[in-house]
Ligand binder design. Sequence first.
Ligand SMILES: [Ca+2]
Ligand SMILES: [Ca+2]
Length: 470
Amino acid sequence: MRCLFTLLLAAVASVAGAQSNFTTVIDLPADLVELTADIGPGTQVNVHAGGQTAAGTSGDRLEVGSAMGGAASELNVLGGAVGAFTKLYGNATLNAHSGVVGDDLLAEAGSQVNLHGGQVGERFTASGAEVLIDGAAVGFDASFNDGAAVTMHSGSIDSSMQLLGSRFDLHGGQIGGGAEARSHSEMNIYGGTVLGRLDVYQESSITIHDGDINQLFVVSGSKIALQGGVVQDRIQAWGGTVDITGGHTQVIDIVQGGIVNLSGGGVDYLNVFGQSTSGAANTLRLFGGDLPEQNVAVHDNAAIAFFGTGFALDGVAIEGLAYGQTTTISQRDVALAGELADGSAFSYQLNSIFDDQTGLWFSPGAAVTVTTILAGDFNADGQVDAADYSVWRDNLGAAVTLPGDVTPGSISELDYEVWRNNLGAVFAGFGVAGVHPTPEPHLLTLAALGAGMLTMTRRPREDNLLNRCS
Ligand SMILES: [Ca+2]
Ligand SMILES: [Ca+2]
């Protein structure tokens, strides 16, 4: 049956091929109402309203593509229907503008799927293929695997989505259900909406620059970076690491050895729960950001670490805090105040028993620590200057934690932003100019090159500290 139609395709080719790069061009339904053959090398098929390609089966798909190095094939959907169980592989492109692409579409390595409009049926799978979603509606259960690269600008994935060893950039549109990133997947969210929960497993990472997410869930070995956008419900660090440098989440729950580094953005409720079954402490490291002075519960065996300067208990400066030193605060039912590493003031009443009026609880069995640092002082000499830029540059991309790093564990462009925003800050305990030698000329030049960096520095920190200490 298939062979018969392949012969027919050759006949059509002689008519339509002249004005195209393809040796064979078939317009459905003008040339054929229904195409039942595979679409091989050098062939373009245009499906218009009333035309269709036949449905394959799970064991016998209708194929579009060529063996390695073969000529391109192209399937354009301008109306009409592409049957279920269509498979794209080497050097094949599917462009859908309208009409319907049937269930169980499979795009393998070397193929490209551009979905500008119309509908794609259930169980769309791309393995190693490139996918663009820009206006189409994709049915239930999209699966992107094995090096697939997906970019979505608009349109929708109606229900759940799974990433397995793939990359997904969401700029707009909507994912109607939950999504899972597994097996070294990477997801970047620049806009759009995810209505369900985003789960991050198996050494995967999600970075949110903007957009609207319902919930996020991360386990050990994986990572979430919230740099902008809104998490409507909560982030659950069920193990794993969460760096919050911007954006907003209503709730953070830290469980099962999870670590949250908070240095920007906003959080309404924080729960650092008790010891995990693995024995790893659930930890919040607080460098800055907008964490309210209530609704913070730190349970037995959990840990909360404050990073900044000027720490005081009930208004009395804590004595003997050397720069860079971490000190455990065992007192309770006192107010712990100070200035976080981002320059913002904070004050928490360290209630030994949960206060249902304020939502504050710092269990006597929790580890509360303060560490004196300046954000961006990467060489721990008590001032943020050009020398720290050199340290940053020399460590860019490394999986290390520098002193004064508000996103511990790695050195990234974000750390540069922190350095730039804190340039000029000096720790009062070291005194002021004169204690440190003048930076070398070439380092000063580097600092001067960052146009506007000095003007972006917040109010002079040394004045602030000196005033408080006097
Ligand atoms: Ca320094
Ligand atoms: Ca960092």
